[in-house]
Design a protein around this ligand. Structure first.
Ligand code: BGC
Length: 397
């Protein structure tokens, strides 16, 4: 509860300071905003395959944004929120998508550098492979802000803005723990992509609460021999975690998630099904996995986690097909990232509230809180908060 209040207060402070900043913007930036708004609309119509919005003025672009893929609703939503906040803030900007390719990502960054960006907000496809691209941006004098995903292995990364990813995993694991009674409950584990540091942090958080409940017999892991090997270990090494995630990865891909769930259910006996518990790392994969479990005649019931509060998953929750999701409010995240960019562009030191060690340095970070959403809290957390409009959903009273 306290965390939620802190999150809301933080968001309000950020929004207020962003608006205040807009009003008091220097003439040079303010004048850049007028052509920006016009070219944004025009360019959006003729956007190239990888480009979502182009707001270049003759003098160049101030803020470059690189997002991982258009194939997941999550990132499209970030794009939409960025556009409205940046238009309002009056910055010239361009948003490019890397479509799951580190090579495209590098080209995108180089394109943005060539257009004169001063600040880059980047959510990489591969959080380790992007290090050399961040180095390249640094050499070109660009300040880099990691967005949502934790970028590792470079001291060129200037800032990060994101959520408390460990708490996402804890929320998922805790939900399963709270729903389980008795012993011997079948547990199926799934994780994100090996190339995404966040996937490790989410799993770490989930394992921290699930592992004691595996040891005491509440849960029995059914789909990971690697997790079974280390079930007595609370604090896993990187190697142990990599071995598990290597086995249960969805690669953040709906189809991989689906085929992995199908293979898992085919490999076990009817007795390993019944009333099952599923750790699904995010909403897209949760919906795929939930559909597979729902279709299996030996699965009597399932409890399944998620993350992102994607629209389709809110509908799944309303329909009783997904049990929970973790809301990572993209309004707050985009606002925090733009606020950071604004502070950099106006020569100030961005406000941060934590750091994360990326293997090379302690990266100053603005870390935001997350909210667990269940069928009982959809109204309050999603509709009343204005995140989505209730009339966009079926079966809402
Ligand atoms: C993000 C999640 C997202 C996942 C797949 C993670 O790094 O934190 O919000 O669902 O990537 O794109």
């Amino acid at each position: 509860m306290n965390k939620k209040i802190v999150g809301v207060v933080l968001a309000l402070v950020l929004i207020a300071s962003l608006l205040a900043g807009c009003a008091g913007q220097p003439a040079a930036s303010a004048s850049a905003s007028a052509p920006a708004a016009a070219t944004s609309a025009d360019a959006a119509k003729t956007a190239a395959a990888s480009s979502a919005a182009v707001t270049a003025s003759a003098s160049g672009i101030q803020v470059g944004i690189v997002l991982p893929t258009k194939d997941e609703p999550r990132w499209i939503q970030d794009e939409t929120r960025f556009k409205s906040i940046l238009d309002q803030a009056g910055f010239t900007y361009q948003i490019l998508f890397s479509q799951g390719s580190s090579a495209t990502e590098k080209t995108n960054v180089e394109t943005l550098i060539s257009k004169g960006i001063k600040v880059m907000i980047i959510c990489p496809q591969d959080t380790a492979a992007v290090a050399s691209t961040i180095d390249e941006a640094k050499k070109a004098g660009v300040i880099s802000i990691g967005y949502d995903r934790l970028i590792t292995g470079t001291d060129s990364l200037d800032y990060n803005v994101g959520f408390n990813s460990e708490s996402v995993g804890v929320a998922q694991g805790q939900y399963l723990v709270d729903k389980a009674t008795g012993t011997g409950n079948p547990l199926y584990l799934y994780a994100g992509a090996m190339s995404d540091e966040n996937a490790f942090v989410f799993f770490k958080g989930a394992w921290s609460v699930l592992q004691p409940k595996i040891v005491d017999g509440t849960f029995v892991i059914k789909n990971s021999s690697e997790a079974l090997k280390v079930k007595d270990t609370k604090d896993l090494t990187r190697e142990q975690m990599a071995a598990i995630i290597g086995q249960i990865t969805t690669n953040w891909d709906f189809n991989v998630a689906k085929s992995k769930a199908q293979a898992n259910l085919t490999a076990v006996k009817a007795a390993d099904k019944g009333n099952v518990f599923v750790l699904a790392p995010n909403d897209g994969t949760a919906r795929s996995i939930a559909d597979v479990f729902a279709a299996d005649k030996d699965v009597k019931s399932y409890v399944i986690t998620g993350q992102d509060a994607e629209k389709a998953s809110i509908q799944y929750i309303i329909d009783g097909k997904q049990s929970m999701t973790v809301l990572k409010d993209t309004r707050n995240l985009t606002t925090a990232a733009v606020e950071m960019a604004k502070q950099i562009l106006t020569g100030k030191t961005p406000e941060t509230n934590s750091t994360f060690n990326n293997g090379k340095k302690d990266v100053p970070m603005m870390q935001l809180a997350v909210v667990t959403v269940t069928e009982d809290s959809v109204k309050k957390d999603i509709f009343d908060s204005g995140y989505y409009v209730a009339t966009d959903f079926k079966g809402v009273n």
